[in-house]
Write a protein that binds this ligand. Structure first.
Ligand code: CA2
Length: 145
């Protein structure tokens, strides 16, 4: 079973700044922890700060992988292109946010991509990604689009 984690803009800074919101671990370190915890899954990771590259990656993996965990970062709140890309692929997508976007500024309360995703995890820190993987691992047969 192949699952990819896709992180959007600025998430390459995890562990380097704003630890009070996003924690102090880099995503690369955390991804290694996830690989150790889920040896039965084939896990891939991709990060880009560029909207079009994220769209391209969704197209690339959206017919080959079994699940996608997507933290679209700030594009969550703005990107019709990402929403359309999710709508156009086969692979089910879970939206992940490290912070609780509903406890933050009002412009973060609206997600343009949620309606194309099978579900959303927000506010649980990095463990939110682990919960998403657990879901795909246990329920994937029921989440095919
Ligand atoms: O809570 C999340 O995961 C977000 O997707 C993170 C985005 C933010 O724009 C969304 O509203 C919510 C921002 C990611 C920025 O990550 C940083 C990490 C460390 C230092 C600075 C930025």
């Amino acid at each position: 079973m192949k699952v990819i984690i896709i992180n959007g803009p600025n998430l390459n800074l995890l562990g380097k700044r704003e630890p009070e919101i996003y924690g102090s671990q880099s995503f690369e370190d955390y991804f290694q922890d996830l690989k150790n915890k889920f040896p039965q899954l084939t896990l891939d990771y991709y990060q880009s700060n560029v909207e079009g590259e994220l769209v391209n990656k969704l197209h690339e993996v959206g017919f080959s992988h079994d699940g996608i965990l997507l933290n679209a970062g700030a594009y969550t709140h703005t990107s019709v292109a990402l929403s359309d890309a999710i709508a156009g692929i086969q692979t089910p997508v879970i939206e992940v946010h490290i912070s609780n976007i509903y406890k933050r500024e009002e412009f973060r309360h609206k997600s343009i991509i949620s309606k194309e995703c099978i579900g959303m995890i927000a506010g649980l820190g990095l463990p939110g990604y682990e919960l998403g993987l657990l879901y795909f691992h246990q329920h994937l047969d029921n989440t095919k689009k």
